[in-house]
Design a protein around this ligand. Structure first.
Ligand code: MG
Length: 169
């Protein structure tokens, strides 16, 4: 039997998230525990970078957002690692005929310096999504002390993701 010819339709999505920095929480970005005097507040592990990435992926597929997929009043998600949520998001996308082509994340934080953790962040995501590390970009910037990121009140992240949708000819 001849294999069905498939079209690969590219789809782009964007995501944004912000969390408050507080004492007594671990700082976890792209699954990396980063030594710092504060961490991000949230129902899950508050991994703001992965939240932006998941929303970008879901946005590209027009499949809602992580608030719909993983409600923050469901006990199952309290304190959960966002790496697990990323894996589940990816599984749902595959189920619906989507796969990630590449993603680009920007984390906005005045402190701490994130460059030393960048490769580990990229590696975590690439391994979880089973794709080459050169398809995952993680960047970090400051806001020159302006706004909530600049004062250290919180950290934000944005992401874009390109998916391919498999469609029969
Ligand atoms: Mg969030």
């Amino acid at each position: 039997m001849q294999a069905e010819a498939m079209l690969q339709i590219p789809r782009i999505g964007m995501g944004y998230d912000a969390h408050r920095l507080v004492e007594g929480r671990d700082l976890i970005l792209c699954g990396v525990h980063i030594p710092y005097e504060k961490g991000l507040l949230g129902y899950s592990d508050a991994d703001v970078a992965l939240h932006a990435l998941m929303d970008a992926m879901l946005g590209a597929a027009a499949m809602g957002d992580i608030g719909i997929l993983f409600p923050d009043n469901a006990p199952a998600y309290k304190g959960i690692s966002s790496m697990l949520l990323l894996r589940e998001t990816d599984r749902k996308l595959h189920e619906n005929g989507f796969r990630l082509i590449n993603a680009d994340i920007t984390i906005v934080a005045q402190r701490p310096k994130l460059l030393p953790y960048r490769e580990q962040m990229r590696n975590n995501i690439a391994q979880t999504l089973h794709i080459d590390i050169d398809r995952i970009s993680v960047k970090a910037t400051t806001t020159e002390h302006m706004g909530f990121e600049g004062t250290g009140e919180g950290i934000s992240a944005s992401a874009v993701a390109m998916l391919a949708q498999e469609q029969g000819l």
